[in-house]
Design a protein around this ligand. Structure first.
Ligand code: 3HC
Length: 295
């Protein structure tokens, strides 16, 4: 599949990343089928896109007409066959668990056109291993967006062991058409590049607090204000989702060991379903949840 032949995009998963990627693709003029497993999840994702488009229009970053047109291009769906049946590219953003993703790909393979490209938004998992459950490993790559996709410029385009250059070129051009800056990641290593570097920072912040070396406020004040980052380490952990950081740490720790052993404080939070902004509570409390507020 060449970039020029891509018209229709399917996004699997309507959570923080799935709905954000859908919004970006729709703003770029693509028809997008956004699919999740329950009506409620799809509706939440759709509402979040509407909220975000309204915000962008309010701030004159897009016109009201552009916001409406983008929303019109989004088809929220639960039926997988309908979602991927005529897709040129399937971007998958389902939970960060190898087994869940493999099951999804087994089903998608049955319904997607033979020539469609599969691009996974996984944060850390092996692209090669995921691609091998499909019959098109050469048409399979990573397309890793950052939260919130509508605001973050970078997209890691990751090659699996079997990915063809044609697929990587098409996905890179697609990321550019989405208004993003793709960076090709040549090697499919655990956590790729950004998370390999970023997630240990969030983990180390949790270790500092769990060992009573510093408070959350102190860590966020230094990382945010003194290091000049837009969010403190704990604010960013909440924003990304503690479940996501935890899963990445566990996976990369299993693959590489070293500095990636998840701090028990993170495990406690995940077990208590305190995932951060999306669940209304993480290291901080948020009014309402929904995963769109900034602390
Ligand atoms: N769409 C539209 N508007 C949005 C929005 C969205 N998705 N998210 C926030 N906003 C709105 C807010 O509601 C607020 O509106 P208001 O002014 O009307 O109250 C406004 O944007 C805030 O905008 P600002 O420009 O003032 O805020 P910031 O400059 O702080 O930008 C941010 C917000 C872009 C989220 C910034 O804080 C930031 O860059 N944070 C770090 C994000 C980051 O590092 N992400 C990567 C995480 S790692 C990852 O995702 C990898 C994964 O694999 C784990």
């Amino acid at each position: 599949m060449d970039f020029e032949d891509i018209d229709t995009v399917a996004v699997l998963g309507a959570g923080n990343m799935g709905h954000g990627i859908t919004e970006v693709a729709a703003l770029a003029g693509y028809d997008v089928r956004m699919r999740d497993i329950e009506d409620e999840f799809v509706q939440d994702g759709y509402d979040s896109i509407e909220w975000s488009l309204d915000k962008l229009a309010e701030k004159d970053q897009i016109t009201e007409e552009e916001a409406e047109a983008a929303l019109d291009r989004v088809t929220p769906l639960v039926d997988l066959e309908e979602a991927v049946g005529d897709a040129d590219v399937v971007v998958e953003a389902v939970p960060e668990k190898m087994e869940i993703k493999k099951d999804v790909y087994t089903d998608v393979e049955e319904h997607a056109p033979d020539e469609a490209i599969f691009a996974t938004n996984t944060s850390s998992l092996s692209i090669t291993e995921l691609s091998e459950v499909t019959e098109r490993p050469e048409q399979f790559c990573g397309m890793h967006f950052f939260n919130p996709p509508v605001r973050m410029q970078l997209v890691e385009v990751i090659s699996g062991a079997h990915t063809s250059d044609e697929t990587l070129d098409a996905v890179e051009e697609l990321a550019e058409a989405f208004g993003k800056t793709p960076v090709r990641v040549r090697k499919d290593s655990p956590g790729f590049i950004v998370n390999r570097i970023a997630v240990p920072q969030m983990n180390e912040a949790a270790w500092l607090v769990s060992e009573d070396e510093a408070t959350i406020a102190e860590v966020d004040a230094t990382t945010k204000h003194d290091m000049g980052l837009p969010m403190g380490a704990f604010e960013l952990s909440d924003y990304v989702g503690l479940d996501v950081s935890f899963d990445v740490l566990e996976y990369v720790n299993g693959e590489l060991g070293r500095a990636y052993e998840p701090c028990p404080l993170l495990r406690e939070k995940v077990e208590a379903e305190e995932f951060g902004t999306k669940s209304g509570k993480g290291f901080y409390d948020y009014d309402g949840g929904e995963g769109v507020q900034i602390p």
